[in-house]
Design a protein around this ligand. Structure first.
Ligand SMILES: NC(=O)c1ccc[n+]([C@@H]2O[C@H](COP(=O)([O-])OP(=O)(O)OC[C@H]3O[C@@H](n4cnc5c(N)ncnc54)[C@H](OP(=O)(O)O)[C@@H]3O)[C@@H](O)[C@H]2O)c1
Length: 245
């Protein structure tokens, strides 16, 4: 088992996942980073090492491919034998009214935003438990969305997958928190990343939540003891957006 704290971060090539990986790297964690493209991950691995990360494993995986997601979990387990933080961040969005959004798009969203997290949780429960036994606690941090809490027009399928992710993590807490393993979902409104580019003619990027804001919450969760379970954190934007993305 690694002596350093260890995290597996999905969607780590850019955006929120990259920011969370950077915070953990600065604390000297070992990391497995994943997304689809190897090249972006290799570049990110170099940057994380410069920031202070210990060992960084690069394991590309497409979250629509159940076998690849299982292989990612197995590769992390084999490499480190430890998981202090499982950061389930890779996700995709789709916009469209219920009247229009094709069901095949809903299926893809569900694969990436719900099925892959389920596979990661299930595959890594043994190593999360053994990490908590040996070191006090292990945390799951899943990046959901405010649309999983407060519905937003044209984001029904996306919001439904994020509501499912929040529910999955709540049930996980009921079953696993006695073992020192607990999950926190973070449910932000619009964050300034590539994913929100489509909206930036209406809401400028510099008026959106920052990736650093989300990384700060994720980092704080990793500091909690096994006796503190934080189910869901909603991050909203200023003004009249309390219940809106
Ligand atoms: N931006 C927002 O406004 C916002 C608000 C609330 C919640 N969120 C959530 O925050 C999370 C991160 O999003 P972001 O805003 O940081 O978006 P982003 O900048 O577009 O990054 C998405 C990350 O997920 C990876 N990814 C996408 N599809 C994947 C797939 N099929 N398999 C494996 N990896 C995949 C991407 O890497 P590759 O493309 O290289 O695979 C990338 O690393 C998502 O779960 C999103 O739903 C975002």
């Amino acid at each position: 088992m690694s002596d350093n704290k260890v995290a597996l971060v999905t969607g780590a090539s850019r955006g929120i996942g990259a920011a969370i990986a950077e915070r953990l790297a600065a604390d000297g964690w070992d990391l497995t980073i994943s997304s689809r493209g190897r090249e972006a991950l290799e570049q990110r691995a170099g940057e994380l090492t410069e920031l202070g990360a210990g060992r960084v494993e690069v394991i590309p995986a497409d979250m629509t491919d159940a076998d690849a997601v299982e292989a990612l979990a197995a590769a992390h387990r084999d490499a480190f034998g430890r998981c202090d933080a499982l950061v389930i961040n890779a996700g995709m969005g789709q916009k469209g009214k219920v009247a229009d959004l094709p069901v095949r798009r809903f299926d893809r969203l569900y694969q990436v935003n719900v099925r892959a997290p389920y596979i990661l949780l299930q595959s890594l429960i043994p190593v999360l438990r053994s990490t908590a036994d040996a070191n006090g606690a292990a945390k799951v941090i899943a990046v959901a969305s405010i649309t999983g809490v407060y519905p937003e027009p044209e984001l029904s399928a996306y919001g439904a997958t994020k509501a499912a992710l929040i529910s999955l993590c709540e049930t996980f807490n009921l079953e696993e928190s006695v073992n020192g393993v607990s999950a926190t979902t973070i449910a932000p409104g619009y964050v300034d990343t590539d994913m929100s580019d489509w909206l930036k003619d209406q809401i400028p990027g510099d008026e959106m939540i920052t990736v650093g804001d989300v990384a700060t919450i994720a980092h704080s969760v990793t500091q909690l003891s096994r006796y503190a379970v934080l189910p869901n954190v909603i991050l909203t934007r200023p003004g009249e957006n309390l219940h809106r993305a």
